[in-house]
Design a protein around this ligand. Structure first.
Ligand code: FAD
Ligand code: NAP
Length: 513
């Protein structure tokens, strides 16, 4: 079959006319050139060009194909760098959920819509003809790392941190002792957490940890419904929060005000919550004012706000706090010892050790328990002491204590063609901008390895075989757009930016309709 016959089989309309014109012009060249032309035309037309109705793009075997696992910020920023800097490279993004964007969709708080604007950047990348999205495909279940390594020039693991740290204290597995990770998933419509048994029938809640996730979950517990109902918070969570009796949230950290992990914007939001009082004991901030001047700028402003909120709040705050019906308390130097239960096995409080700090460097001071003990009575406990990554494949060199894949500058130790980026590579800390920098750096490193000849071209037959085997299951980016449309339409009816679908079968049904 000559080139023109092949083209007739694969395209129609104006594209065909253009391609035939190009093919005829070049048809005097050697047969090999014809084949190259055929591939290059197919390649440039990308996905829309496929003859068998398949959903994946085709390309010349000389092209480099990179697989990315995980469609959060690390995945999309790595893809962006690769696609922008290499004219031919093709990226296939595999995602275990039917929907993209990782923690931008399932982590970022519903009352922070501006943060989610990065989705527009990811969508631009996803719309490239050289970028494919295969949702509903899970590494470790639907395909193995070996499948990917056999089929691609390079594989980049960007699958984030799917677990959380535990305290290992008695009572941690009682009902209503929940990880903040699951609670966040619950209010953000993450399918696995949609049915989380959250009981808000108590006046007092404790959040353990002094990071931004702790402030996120505390803020959601205390924010008036009139504000939350205009966000994309999940309907089941909104309904539970409407009936909530929670009036007081204690945010408990093991160290002092100079060591908190949260940031100023999130603290300020807490101090400005409507109808909510901020309580920071003056004894806890005594003496920290003398350090403020010498702290690095972000820490200086943050510490200043903690100090002033305790010692000399502004007029507006004083007025609101005096009349407020709810409150949150910032509790320092306390470590959880055990969770206390009543005779029905329900949480009734938490016993804490009172700590002192040891060590010279303020930032790295350690909490050491004294003999003093204290109990906070509460009916709900949210553990917010950090996320944790998992290995996912036995062959991966993994640092279990840090929950990260062993790597040096994104290159996975002793594994040619295998890279990682984002939280699974450097641990579960850092905001989206930090993850962006990491994704861009990872992209650069892969490009350098392609340039220097370290990486070989992939086996395109194997890649096509793999894609074919996943075809019935995988959700493409245009499938996702159908889900997106259904969610935004449902949201518009109730004055929300979107009503998230949290049932996987329903997502698939809409996507494949
Ligand atoms: C609760 C919370 C709120 C946050 N809020 C903000 C904020 O307001 N502003 C800000 O700048 N930063 C925020 N961050 C930080 C930000 O979310 C992270 O920096 C960023 O999401 C990390 O990106 P990542 O791609 O490494 O991981 P993730 O975003 O977690 O993406 C990982 C992706 O991999 C997928 N995956 C997992 N396992 C598999 C598998 N086996 N196969 C295929 N795919 C898989 C996951 O489903 C997910 O889509 C927040 C973090 C949390 C936890
Ligand atoms: N709005 C936002 O921008 C936003 C929102 C949410 C999350 N994020 C980002 O996402 C990342 C993760 O946030 P995170 O809050 O999960 O983690 P984090 O910032 O690492 O905070 C974890 C907190 O848990 C405490 N902790 C850890 N182990 C503990 C233990 N065994 N006992 C008691 N306390 C313990 C830590 O205290 P020590 O310091 O003493 O270890 C720290 O206060 C951060 O980079 C965060 O900034 C950003």
């Amino acid at each position: 079959m000559n080139i023109i016959q092949q083209l007739r089989q694969t395209i129609q309309g104006p594209q065909l006319t253009w391609c035939i014109a190009r093919a005829v012009k070049l048809s005097t060249k050697s047969f090999k050139k014809e084949i190259d032309l055929f591939h290059s035309i197919r390649y440039n037309f990308g996905k829309s060009f496929s003859s068998s109705g398949t959903f994946y793009s085709t390309s010349s075997s000389a092209c480099q194909h990179v697989a990315i696992v995980g469609s959060g910020p690390a995945g999309y920023y790595t893809a962006q760098k690769l696609l922008k800097s290499h004219p031919d490279l093709v990226v296939d993004i595999y995602e275990k959920l039917p929907v993209p964007f990782g923690l931008v969709r399932f982590g970022v708080a519903p009352d922070h819509p501006e943060v989610k604007n990065v989705i527009n950047t990811f969508t631009n990348t996803a719309n490239s003809d050289r970028c494919n999205f295969f949702g509903n495909v899970e590494l470790g279940k639907d395909l193995s790392l070996k499948d990917l390594r056999d089929a691609y020039t390079a594989v980049v693991l960007c699958y984030g941190a799917a677990e959380d740290r535990v305290l290992g204290i008695p009572g941690e597995d009682l009902p209503n002792v929940l990880s903040a990770r699951s609670f966040v998933g619950w209010y953000n419509g993450l399918p696995q957490d949609a049915q989380l048994p959250v009981n808000l029938d108590c006046e007092s809640a404790v959040v353990l940890g002094h990071g931004n996730v702790a402030l996120d979950v505390a803020r959601i517990l205390l924010t008036p419904i009139s504000i939350l109902e205009k966000t994309d918070i999940s309907e089941h969570a909104l309904e539970a929060l409407r009936r909530s009796s929670v009036k007081r949230v204690h945010i408990v950290g093991r160290r002092g005000p100079l060591q908190v992990a949260f940031t100023i914007k999130e603290l300020r939001e807490m101090t400005q919550l409507p109808d909510t009082r901020t309580v920071i004991q003056q004894t806890d901030v005594d003496g920290i004012d003398k350090y403020i001047q010498d702290l690095p700028r972000p820490r200086k402003r943050l510490t200043d706000l903690i100090y002033k909120s305790s010692v000399s709040p502004g007029e507006k705050e004083v007025k609101t706090w005096k009349e407020a019906s709810r409150e949150w308390r910032l509790v320092f130097l306390r470590s959880p010892l055990q969770i206390l239960q009543d005779t029905n096995g329900q949480v009734k409080g938490i016993e804490l050790a009172v700590n002192r700090l040891e060590g010279d460097s303020l930032k790295n001071q350690r909490a050491v328990a004294t003999d003093e003990r204290e109990v906070i009575h509460c009916g709900l406990i949210l553990r917010s002491i950090g996320y944790r990554g998992l290995p996912l494949d036995d062959d991966l060199p993994f640092n279990n204590s840090r929950g990260v894949i062993e790597n040096k500058n994104s290159r996975i130790k002793n594994e040619k063609g295998l890279y990682c980026a984002g939280w699974i590579g450097h641990g579960p800390v850092g905001v989206i901008v930090d993850t962006m920098t990491d994704g861009f750096e990872t992209g650069k490193i892969i490009l350098a390895d392609i340039q220097s000849g370290v990486l070989e071209s992939n086996d395109e037959h194997k890649r096509q075989g793999l894609l074919k085997s996943l075809q019935a299951k995988a959700i493409t980016f245009s499938d996702w757009k159908k889900i997106d449309r259904a969610e935004t339409e449902a949201g518009a009816k109730v004055g929300k930016p979107r009503e998230k679908i949290s049932d996987i079968q329903q997502m698939i049904q809409i996507a494949k309709s």
